[in-house]
Design a protein around this ligand. Structure first.
Ligand SMILES: *Cc1c(COP(=O)(O)O)cnc(C)c1O
Length: 372
């Protein structure tokens, strides 16, 4: 049994065998090439391109930096339609580019942007749609593409949760004009901190390559006001090691996912994440949505009960981005009743490759024990 002093967090970073990482970084002592697109950076970019089944990959120091510079590279103007049901980064990237976020509601069944509500939000100022493949649920990419084509809008996916996922055999990074991935320590695949943009557009890749290095295109030419967002060689080395174990880690996550589903799916008032058919999931998160009328207890009751046992869940995504102090008086909240409701009822339970199935059983029993 678990030592009850041990804290179980919602996630735990995967680590490769330490000797393997040391072997991977040791050549850096010879080369003295620590950053600025070195050998490991080049190798990781190529391996990720194969793993994601995409045409172009650009690595970054952080996923958020990737998203900010991607929006800059696309030279967007005016308004961007997005979801308030996401991590802070999504809307911050819009606002930090001087653009206005317009919040669209999500769908009750998979928590991604409700594509049927996008068109009503389009104005002459709209330049792009920025949906999120939230929890690894892939958005309705076909419908979104149709709307974008019809109104001549760009589509940028926040794919931070979907590393390695596919829809009907197509790598998730192929949808829209471009996608951003996060390789933060808490993500399914990580480089400590890090991220990437994928796109079919080779020119976009070239632009991102110099935007992440201060906009310096070559020694004599600085065409854009860039930033510093280069992935360093130590990050890339961590990525090279982690990538070797990723399929194994995802299969452990699947066992945990399956155990949660089999223990909780018959409990009235608890809605589980069910991936739509055709999706090859990475099992990044395990959100439950609690209906207090049916379950007899609230999301916060479950959070508190598990916390007493040192099991720390997260209320992802609560509050909604549109309710943040920095946004609520600045941009209209939008008509988002589903997002409002889900946000107040959602709880993400622990899931990570090393989580033991006994602890999953314990978590499920604690939840079921609360039911009224
Ligand atoms: C993690 C995350 C990001 C930001 O990525 P970082 O690598 O942490 O900068 C953006 N969007 C979503 C939905 C995320 O979960």
């Amino acid at each position: 049994m678990r030592n009850k002093d041990e804290i179980i967090n919602v996630t735990r970073s995967d680590m490769p065998p330490m000797e393997e990482f040391i072997r991977e970084i040791s050549s850096i002592w010879d080369s003295r090439w620590l950053t600025n697109m070195g050998e490991k950076h080049i190798r990781l970019e190529s391996e990720i391109k194969d793993y994601l089944k995409v045409e172009n990959v650009t690595l970054f120091s952080h996923g958020h930096a990737a998203l900010e510079l991607l929006l800059q590279a696309m030279d967007l103007k005016g308004e961007v339609i997005t979801t308030p049901f996401s991590f802070a980064s999504t809307t911050h990237a819009i606002v930090r580019n001087g653009l206005k976020p317009v919040f669209c509601d999500i769908k009750e069944d998979d928590y991604t942007i409700d594509e049927t509500k996008i068109e009503a939000l389009i104005t002459p100022h709209t330049s792009a749609i920025l949906p999120v493949h939230v929890y690894g649920q892939i958005c309705n990419v076909e419908a979104i593409e149709e709307i974008a084509k019809k109104h001549n809008l760009k589509v940028i996916y926040d794919a931070a949760h979907t590393f390695g996922e596919e829809k009907d055999g197509v790598g998730v990074g192929n949808f829209g004009d471009a996608s951003m991935f996060s390789f933060h320590a808490t993500k399914v695949f990580h480089t400590i901190e890090g991220g990437a943009v994928t796109s079919k557009d080779r020119e976009l890749k070239d632009k991102l390559y110099y935007l992440k290095n201060f906009g310096i295109q070559d020694m004599d030419s600085v065409p854009d006001v860039g930033a510093n967002a280069k992935m360093n060689e130590f990050q890339a080395a961590m990525g090279l090691c982690n990538l070797r174990y990723l399929d194994e880690k995802i299969s452990h996550r699947k066992q945990i996912y399956d155990k949660y589903v089999s223990s909780l799916e018959s409990i009235d008032g608890i809605k589980l994440l069910k991936y739509r058919s055709g999706i090859k999931p990475n099992y990044a998160y395990f959100p439950i949505v609690v209906d207090p009328e049916v379950f007899g207890r609230t999301r916060d009751d479950i959070f508190d009960r598990l916390k007493k046992e040192n099991i720390i869940c997260r209320k992802y995504f609560y509050p909604l981005i549109s309710d943040y102090e920095c946004y609520r008086d600045r941009f209209p909240h939008g008509d988002t009743p589903v997002a409002d409701r889900v946000s107040s009822r959602v709880l993400t339970l622990p899931i990570f490759a090393e989580l033991s199935l006994d602890v999953v059983d314990e978590i499920c029993e604690l939840i079921i024990g609360l039911k009224h």
